[in-house]
Unconditional design. Structure first.
Length: 539
């Protein structure tokens, strides 16, 4: 049984705010959104510049992938530390420290003279982001009253869904202008502004108890989370059944098993409160949230690949095609927050995952000539679905947590989402690659190597050789020879295999969205009774 919700001692009631001045809760929202935007943006903006950075430092794919992998690794490992840092040194101080580390890492990334320096600076970014991101949402929960927390997290969620979607557009534009380093430099003024607002607006709060670090938990967490995240990062290149991948997965499983044992049986002050998963609302909301995160980042991973690899769409144009998803998600998220406060999570999740299931079913039927206008419409529907579900599951999971435990609870939710996101995207990549024959992979390589660097890359399904081959076949029906790399017949085969891979990957997310629909219906809300977060703290 959980103690009744208690008011946040750091937050004054609305009446204590001086007349004519902005209420403290809105100051917290502004400071949180401004600071967290740059952290969330970096989840996708760097991916667009990956090949450019690899060429800049003359690095192999295996070496260059650390630019992305180490950031994800450190971000996942650092996130569980956020709750402890807030209890030990204060939530305001820890949040500002996280933003400062991220901004400093961004500056070093932009100035990096070598790949090693860039990778090290990315690790510093991950450390800062892992601390700042969960604390931003924790501060909102502690400051807004229970009946407004859906609204607050809905406004905060605009950043969560919009920033990753706008990343490819911004990154593509800067890469096209030859300004890839500004992908990192742009974070510096944003970070400075976020630090200034946090220092000026936020009130400090720290636990009155002298908290001690859970060292066994930290060590096993680093081994478990780190090994699993690393295995997911190399699975796309090595394959899920490769000995190296399996070895790291085994290490991760052993580390996480030890971590669970330590947190539940040994630690007096656990780094993460895993007992929250014993609460029905927290468990179901978390499971549904994992599916939502995979759907969000899966779409931003699969769709650009389809547009660029199969259809020959430029990176910047692919980002523009994805933009409607960000716009509708940005509109739907705050609306969903206001509805949540009145109806609870169930109706939002049922509607959202119904839309997502329909949308994913349509994506599973993508062809070589699917109209771009239809894809844009589907992405807009997907954005609305994500706006109804992403923050709703987050708010619902935390609805059973009272004030003092919020920092560690948000650390737990974010840490698990980082792991699920990494594994989910890697699994989708593996499904996508499983349909490609060696000949098709060779064709992809040759297309990239033989074109002019300043010319757009032809898509496999729209390659000029296919049309030329079809014309030659009509003129001389017996002249078509056995497939060779780059021949029309081989390209048609590669197009067919590639489309089959996207069908399988999207079909997998379709099954996941249907499961999430069923789980979402188990959560409280209309048409059942709903009294808001305060009535849900014991479930």
């Amino acid at each position: 049984m959980t103690a009744p919700l208690q008011p946040d001692p750091a937050a004054q009631p609305p009446g204590h705010d001086p007349p004519g001045r902005l209420a403290y809760k809105w100051k917290v929202l502004i400071a949180s959104v401004f600071g967290v935007f740059m952290v969330v943006l970096d989840t996708t903006v760097v991916n667009v510049a990956f090949q450019t950075m690899r060429g800049e430092f003359s690095a192999t794919i295996a070496d260059a992938q650390w630019i992305i992998s180490l950031y994800v690794l450190v971000l996942g490992i650092a996130t569980p530390l956020a709750g402890f840092a807030a209890d030990r040194w204060g939530i305001k101080r820890s949040y500002i420290a996280g933003l400062s580390l991220f901004a400093a890492g961004s500056l070093l990334c932009g100035l990096a003279p070598s790949l090693r320096v860039l990778v090290a600076a990315r690790a510093l970014q991950g450390l800062g982001g892992g601390i700042a991101l969960p604390l931003g949402s924790a501060m909102l929960f502690r400051t807004f009253p229970a009946h407004e927390q859906g609204r607050a997290l809905g406004l905060f969620g605009i950043v969560v869904v919009f920033a990753p979607a706008i990343g490819p557009v911004l990154g593509g534009a800067l890469v096209d202008l030859g300004l890839w380093r500004w992908i990192f430099f742009i974070n510096v003024p944003i970070g400075i502004a976020g630090i200034h607002l946090a220092a000026r607006f936020l009130r400090e709060h720290r636990s009155p108890h002298d908290h001690r670090m859970d060292w066994p938990g930290l060590i096993t967490e680093m081994i478990g989370f780190g090994a699993v995240l690393y295995a997911a990062s190399i699975a796309e290149i090595e394959g899920w059944t490769a000995p190296t991948t399996l070895r790291w997965l085994a290490i991760g499983a052993a580390g996480l098993s030890a971590f669970v044992f330590v947190e539940l049986r040994v630690a007096k002050e656990p780094l993460l409160d895993l007992r929250l998963f014993g609460r029905r609302t927290f468990l179901v909301s978390s499971l549904v949230g994992y599916v939502t995160i995979v759907a969000l980042f899966g779409a931003e991973f699969l769709m650009p690949l389809y547009l660029q690899m199969m259809r020959g769409v430029a990176a910047f144009d692919a980002g523009l095609i994805l933009l409607p998803m960000a716009i509708t998600a940005g509109i739907a998220t705050p609306v969903a927050g206001r509805i949540y406060d009145r109806t609870g999570p169930r109706p939002l999740l049922v509607l959202g995952f119904t839309l997502l299931a329909f949308n994913t079913w349509q994506f599973a039927r993508l062809g070589a000539g699917t109209p771009i206008a239809w894809i844009v419409l589907l992405l807009a529907i997907r954005g609305a679905a994500l706006g109804l579900t992403v923050q709703t599951t987050f708010v619902s999971a935390l609805s059973i947590v009272r004030g003092p435990a919020l920092a560690r609870a948000t650390s737990l939710v974010n840490a698990m989402r980082n792991v699920v996101q990494s594994i989910g995207v890697a699994l989708l990549a593996a499904v996508l690659a499983s349909t490609l024959s060696p000949a098709t992979r060779q064709i992809q390589l040759e297309i990239r190597q033989t074109i002019d660097a300043d010319a757009p890359t032809p898509g496999i399904c729209t390659h000029p050789a296919i049309a030329a081959g079809a014309a030659a076949s009509r003129a001389s029906p017996g002249a078509v020879r056995a497939p060779a790399a780059g021949s029309a017949q081989a390209l048609r085969m590669a197009c067919s295999e590639g489309l089959a891979g996207f069908t399988r990957a999207y079909r997998l997310t379709l099954y996941a969205s249907l499961l999430a629909l069923l789980l979402g219906a188990l959560l409280p809300g209309w048409p059942g009774p709903w009294g808001g977060r305060a009535s849900n703290h014991q479930t």
